[in-house]
Every structure is written in C-alpha cells, then in structure tokens.
Design a protein around this ligand. Sequence first.
Ligand code: GLN
Length: 384
Amino acid sequence: MPDIKALRSKLPSTGVSIFAVMSKLATEHGAINLSQGFPDFDCSPDLVDTVARHMRAGQNQYAPMPGVFALRTALAEKIQQLYGRRYDPATEITITAGATEALYSTLTALVHGGDEVILFQPAYDSYLPAVELSGGVPRLITLRPPDYRIDWDEVRHAVSARTRVIVINTPHNPTGTILDRDDVRGLTRALERTDAVVVADEVYEHIVFDGARHESLARYPELAERAVVISSFGKTYHTTGWKVGYAAAPQRLSVEIQRVHQFVAFAVNTPVQHAYAEFVARDPLCTSLAPFYQQKRDAFLSLIRKSRFKPLACRGTYFQMLDYSAITEEPDEAFALRLIRDHGVAAIPVSPFLQGADPGPVLRFCFAKRDETLEFAAERLCRV
Ligand code: GLN
C-alpha cells in the first residue's frame, strides 16, 4: 500500500471554491441563488440550434489544438473592430476551456519558481492557486471599499526586477469597478523598466455601464505588446456551462501559452467553437449586452431601495456589491450563511477573495437573473 499520509498538498491553504460552496448551500436551503455568477435564463435558442447543426454535420472530433480557425479569424476581426489591434489568427489567438484555463495555462507558462506576480485583491479566486502551483510569489495589493481604486504609486513600489506578471481584471469581479484611462497610464508607468507581462482578465468586456468605455489592453499598442488579453464566451452568450474562452497575445507569448494548453486541454469543444464563430462574425460588437444588464442592475437597485443594504457603485460585470453595515456587525461569511438560512437569499462573501485583509461589511449579489428572480430576492432582502 502506498503511504497516502506522506502526500503533501500543493495547495494546503486552499479550500473548496466559494462558488461551489455557496451554490450547494443555496440548493440545500432552497434559497434564491444570487451567489455564483451565472444567468438563470437561457441562451439564444438559435445558438443551441447552431451547435446542434454543427454536431449533425459531423463536427464531433478534436478541434485544432489552438482552436477552430473560423473562430480565431472571427475573434481577430472582432478585436480589431473593437479595440484596433490586429492579432494574427494563425499564431496569436488560443481557444481555451473557459477563461479559467486561459488564466491557468498563461500563468503556468510564464511564472517560474520564485518569480513575483502582482495581484490586486479582492482577486478572482483562480489567480492565486495558479501562481502558487508554479512556485510563484504573490505580491498582493489590497483595494479598499467603497471605490476599490488602485494606488499606482503603491504598484510602482511593489514592482521589482523579480516581477514576472501583473494580473489585472477589468471590469472587476467581485467589486464591479472598471479601470479608466488614468489607470492605464498608471499601469504603463508601473511597467517602465521592467520585463513584466500583463495578464488582463477581460471576461466582462461587454458588460460596462453608464456609457463608460471598456479599456481593453488591446487598445494600447505599448501594453498589448506585453499583454495576454483573456475573455470568455460564457459571459457574452449566457453560456457559462459551455466553458469556452480565449487568450489573445503576441506570438512569442502565444507560443508559450499553447505549449501548456496542449497538455492541459489539448483542444476544446468543436461544435461549440463552430457555433461561436458564426455568432462572433454576425455581431462582433455585442452592443446590446451592456444595456440588457444595465437594466437588470437598475431594476435590482430600485427593488432594494427601501432595504437596509447600501449599494456600492457598480460600473461593470453582473455583480452588485451591497454594504450591510446598517444591519449587523457580523463578519461577511457568517452573515452570508445567515442570509441563506434565515432569509433564503444566497450571496458571495468577499473574504475568500482576500488574504489577510479586512473585506469590510459587503456581500456580492449576482443580478444576471430573470426579473421575477430579482423581485423575489429583493422582497426577501427588504425584510432583512
Ligand atoms: N465567475 C463566476 C463568479 O464569479 C463563477 C465561476 C465559478 O463558479 N468558478 O461567480
């Protein structure tokens, strides 16, 4: 018998993802699930028909390792139209098993043992484990409520010759903030005289509100030269369960990403890629998504106006942060549990996105839900 006790965890301080924990609890308690980020409405039936058509046409074997070429071509067109940069579909775009795999393969490809990686926290939960599994050293910069702004002087001080990667996320999960042009200038200055690569998690690129512009790094040639821009079809097409995303990066970076990707996933779902290729080519700008979710954000905010929850500014994503300090002094995880058990609404506490920093009295609520779901949830929140 092997000595299983001798097994040493490679992620000893990592528990089960908060999204899995909260969705399970929501099901167990029959709570309205505004925790894990996914729509409770369906994707376009036309998209489903298109996938089925490609399945019936026999597109059921391995896709090319970097992705179906029609999809990479459609994405190259889309990114050029939206942000001005031309990525070569043959060498600079990799289709991945969700943005999660794009992040993992990118960080695994770039981070060597002892390399420093700058992460802003609250940080999406997959970044830190990916850095740790490569033996990277996370340098965490804490963003604080209510506005979670990045202090770029602090970043400049944190950057050193050992900095290999800076991970940014705009629009930002969980806080709903976005980076603006001043932030882009701050980032550019922080990178001066370094060889660091920027990994830009832009999965909510089309969900930016109130007329603001999404500041993709693909807009800025100087940054794009050293950036991996990552997005996900799950957010844009209401298909989080299909787990297809991509990474766009200059060739010398894409080569390294694909060296890892070919052994993490090799390739991803073929018929789904063919269907997305048609949808991306048909509507590359996706201009209807932001108004769609802005209407949901505003409906949710208006429904909870009379509650004791106080909204923080939500400029993008489909998450609304609510300050609960008028209700209780409980820590966020305890309050999130009580909210499920006693009030039947599941939300996401912020502390799992932080290491050794105070999350403040806030919870994250997902408003990618049908109007009646938001109404039922708001009715309950107004009684808390
Ligand atoms: N990104 C989604 C969220 O923030 C969940 C992803 C997941 O479940 N891993 O809620």
